[in-house]
Design a protein around this ligand. Structure first.
Ligand code: NDP
Ligand code: ISN
Length: 317
């Protein structure tokens, strides 16, 4: 029998954040999802068992994503708003103190009637300047907790490098630690240094583009592993990402793949209750991946950026 790397993690696992809140590890991303399909796809993702939606103002489907959540909650009275995690992000062009307050007002106008509050708001990227970034963070800090405009439970950053995080920590207005840093992460971009830095501070990493947008599905090493162990490239990449300890954000518009992608994680206690089809994986609660797969995909020096035009946004000034 082959040796495996194993972790206790299931479809309904959550990680505890540095502010005491719990975030579901499996996130459903809606980037590039046509607005007219988004409510239905988010609804489907929730039916399959996802409990975390990753959205953004810049995706132009945030209202529809929130509508999908609201319809699901209406149809499933055993699931509550508090069971679902909804993330959005402040666009680069909306950065700055006043601009961010306006942007949050607009987010409230778009989603409050459907989901009441937002679990997490991120600064979408550091690609502005120091004044804009800190002004944005100042405004976001003011929304955390009770705020008549919109309640934001947690705040975080995306596409931040170590120097951007240090800029934040050294600022005299800094009050609330970001709970996550959402960055591109996969075997070809493992970001070892950033991960070690964030781990020390208990800032969790959210992995975007975990499937490499399918661009590495024909990579010879990945294909060979897929054939040898009879696991699809998508399944290998998602399992790899969960085993690194990331919160994993995968996107698909295909209902079959919504299910397949969540099935990278085993079912856990409680899943059968919410999913009448019951267990779809043989192991209850244990995520396994062959050691040879982990070792082959261990590329600590690789720096292949597949998003943002191939230029790493965490390295901007
Ligand atoms: N903060 C940021 O700057 C960024 C954040 N993100 C977030 O992360 C999420 C995921 O990242 P994303 O860049 O979309 O890329 P992913 O790595 O999730 O790949 C999505 C692509 O892979 C295809 N796909 C999905 N599942 C499968 C499967 N099982 N088999 C074969 N193909 C599959 C999808 O096609 P199809 O839809 O046809 O299935 C789609 O084209 C985004 O939606 C967004 O929420 C992403 C990029 C940047
Ligand atoms: O989800 C995203 N995908 C992207 C690709 C390029 C720039 C921004 C983004 C996103 O926010």
């Amino acid at each position: 029998m082959s040796q495996t790397v194993s972790m206790q993690l299931t479809k309904n696992s959550k990680y505890k954040l540095n502010n005491g809140q719990y975030i579901p590890v499996a996130g459903f991303g809606v980037y590039l999802m046509p607005a007219e399909k988004t409510a239905e796809l988010v609804y489907q993702a929730l039916v399959e068992g996802y409990r975390h939606i990753d959205s953004a103002v810049g995706y132009y489907n945030e209202r529809e994503a929130a509508q999908g959540v609201a319809k699901f909650l209406k149809d499933h009275p055993n699931v509550h708003r508090r069971d679902i995690w909804f993330t959005t992000k402040i666009r680069n062009q909306d950065q700055g103190y006043e601009e961010t307050k306006e942007s949050v007002k607009q987010i409230a106008a778009d989603v409050k009637e459907y989901i009441d509050y937002v679990d997490l708001v991120l600064i979408h990227s550091a690609k502005t300047n120091k004044e804009k970034r800190l002004g944005t963070y100042k405004a976001l800090q003011e929304f955390v907790g009770v705020n008549p405009v919109l309640q934001i439970k947690s705040i975080g950053v995306s596409n931040y490098g170590i120097h951007h995080l240090e800029e934040l920590f050294n600022w005299d207005g800094y009050l609330i630690k970001p709970v996550v840093n959402q960055v591109e992460l996969h075997p070809w971009l493992p970001r070892i240094e950033l991960r070690e830095y964030c781990a020390k501070l208990h800032i969790l990493l959210e992995a975007y583009t975990p499937l490499t947008r399918g661009e590495k599905f024909t990579d010879p090493e990945l294909v060979q592993l897929s054939q040898k162990y009879k696991i699809s490239p998508a399944d290998i990449l998602l399992k790899w990402s969960y085993l690194q300890g990331f919160i994993v954000l995968a996107k698909t518009e295909n209902p079959q793949r919504i299910r397949e992608n969540l099935d990278a994680l085993p079912d856990g206690p409680g899943d059968a209750f919410e999913n009448p089809l019951g267990r779809r994986n043989s192991t209850l609660g244990r995520l396994d991946l062959e050691v040879e797969i982990i070792e082959t995909l261990n590329k600590p020096n690789s720096k292949e950026v597949l998003t943002w035009g191939g230029v790493d946004p965490t390295l901007c000034e």
